[in-house]
Design a protein around this ligand. Structure first.
Ligand SMILES: NC(=O)C1=CN([C@@H]2O[C@H](COP(=O)(O)OP(=O)(O)OC[C@H]3O[C@@H](n4cnc5c(N)ncnc54)[C@H](OP(=O)(O)O)[C@@H]3O)[C@@H](O)[C@H]2O)[C@@H](O)CC1
Ligand SMILES: [K+]
Length: 466
């Protein structure tokens, strides 16, 4: 599990840790970790340009530059403001023989030490020019703690930001490195301990990882299991216009942990679904979770009927246009940005620019868990607990992918996972299956459903079914 902390949490932990290790101790730990990553990633005969800002982020970069110079690396340093650069760091870099330059020129490797957790979002003046140079010249960029220009607490990018290939972040991740456009600017994350971990309070948000399978070992059936104990998921999806959504949602559900899939809907659609998937049972009956809405008809009745059953309910697509004013925490809503914008009566661009507060607002307003689909899918519980998904590929922007996700998440709900865990796990494995599919190039959504069982199996290893 990857944990992310807001700036004030990091500051508080830093304060406590500094009493133990000293401020210089923390900075040296950060600089050492940074220098190690640079030494591993940058070819030994290349020149690394280190961009240095006015605060301790620049201090980390300067001490790392000194360490790299000492190890024989060629280092150019560009100071944003000579008068404000970290004094001891500057002396160390000079002493180690780093070269000082006025501005970026033809360097292909860059360390972004302009601003870290002390940053106000948005870059101006020379910092903005240097970020533009990075955007145009596309060198390989290693960001120090955070890419400069992002909102560290929320992942907003109000203006220009440095686009990094990798971000070496200290003490713990930050929400802005996981969420929204900030996440896209961060690239790969390397979290380095600098001695503050034991002083941190509860994370602001978390990301499940593919190594977290042991937490879900209870999903693996045992010798006593039967189809009902594994879970029955009921699906009401598809319409004459979108029959495919029914097939894809069912395929997603069958790829999950449920022992049985029920399908309800018009007779003709039921027949078609059972023709394609003979294991499916058509018609109403007892279920442990409902999925309603993918490609569905514009009718409030299926939503009302599912909510009347006292089991977890996933509402997607057309079902989101028929929400009662208040739901309950075992309801999982799965909008994309456009659907959430409609639900909240705001513009889609507003949701895309700052997704987290919009997902939180909806979760609070409906007292339901909200899974907001996007390049970094968010799952937010009514009490604000948030999981961010970091798996996936841009090829996932394909018709039907959401139908598969809804069915798969519903399957996990029917097996007893709470809405937050089911949403987070479904998003993680759906994204991982898409990454696997993308190895062969673009793919249709049904490939995700075909790959999900093996992705789930790998995730749950070494806890294999007996
Ligand atoms: N966490 C840890 O345990 C450890 C953390 N460490 C490191 O410390 C870093 C935090 O350092 P920091 O507090 O000095 O803040 P930093 O990000 O360097 O920037 C502050 C300066 O930038 C300026 N400024 C800000 N935004 C601006 C803008 N948009 N445009 C222009 N100027 C702007 C701001 O100006 P001011 O707001 O004061 O006017 C101030 O001068 C942290 O990210 C990590 O790298 C390690 O050393 C040790 C372990
Ligand atoms: K930075």
């Amino acid at each position: 599990m990857l944990s992310a902390y807001r700036v004030e949490q990091i500051r508080a932990a830093e304060e406590s840790a500094a009493r133990v290790h000293g401020w210089d101790g923390l900075m040296q730990a950060a600089a050492a970790a940074l220098a190690d990553v640079v030494a591993l990633r940058v070819p030994s005969d290349a020149t690394t340009l280190v961009l240095v800002g006015p605060g301790n982020n620049g201090g980390d970069a300067l001490f790392a530059a000194a360490r790299l110079s000492d190890r024989g690396h060629r280092v150019d340093i560009a100071l944003l403001d000579h008068a404000k650069a970290h004094e001891a760091g500057l002396a160390a870099a000079r002493h180690a023989g780093a070269r000082f330059v006025e501005a970026p020129s033809d360097q292909r490797y860059v360390v972004d030490g302009l601003f870290g957790i002390g940053a106000r979002p948005g870059l101006e003046g020379r910092a903005a020019q240097w970020a533009d140079w990075v955007r145009d010249e596309r060198p390989y960029v290693i960001a120090v703690d955070t890419p400069s220009g992002i909102g560290v607490d929320d992942g907003t990018v109000p203006g220009t930001a440095v686009d990094a290939d990798v971000t070496v972040t200290f003490g713990g991740a930050k929400p802005g490195l996981l969420i929204g456009r900030g996440a896209l600017a961060s690239g790969e994350l390397v979290v380095c301990g600098v001695g503050i971990a034991e002083h941190l309070s509860d994370p602001a948000c978390e990301a499940l990882e593919l190594g977290d399978g042991a937490r879900f070992a209870h999903l693996v059936p045992g010798p006593e299991s039967h189809k009902y104990s594994r879970g029955v998921v009921g699906i009401e999806a598809g319409s004459p216009e979108y029959a495919g959504a029914a097939h894809l949602c069912v395929a997603g559900a069958q790829a999950g942990t449920a022992g049985m899939v029920r399908f309800v809907g018009q007779r003709e659609l039921c027949d078609r679904v059972v023709d394609r998937a003979p294991e499916v049972v058509a018609g109403r009956g007892h279920v442990q979770a409902w999925v309603v809405g993918p490609g569905g008809i514009d009718d409030p009745e299926p939503v009302r009927a599912a909510l009347d059953d006292d089991v977890p309910v996933l509402l997607d697509a057309t079902a989101l246009t028929h929400l009662p004013p208040r739901l309950r925490p075992d309801v999982l809503l799965t909008p994309h940005a456009g659907e959430l914008a409609r639900m909240l009566e705001v513009e889609r661009v507003e949701v895309e620019a700052d997704p987290w507060p919009h997902a939180r607002t909806a979760a609070r307003r409906w007292d339901a868990t909200v899974l907001l689909k996007g390049p970094r899918t968010l799952v937010v519980a009514p009490d604000g607990r948030t999981m961010v998904n970091t798996s996936g590929t841009s090829w996932l922007a394909t018709a039907g992918a959401g139908d598969v996700l809804a069915g798969f998440a519903g399957s996990l709900l029917s097996s007893g996972l709470d809405t937050l865990s089911a949403g987070a796990l479904a998003a993680l494995l759906h994204g991982a299956a898409a990454e696997r599919a993308a190895l062969a190039g673009p793919f249709p959504a049904h490939h995700i459903a075909e790959l999900l069982p093996s992705v789930l199996g790998d995730f749950l290893v070494p806890t294999v079914a007996r």
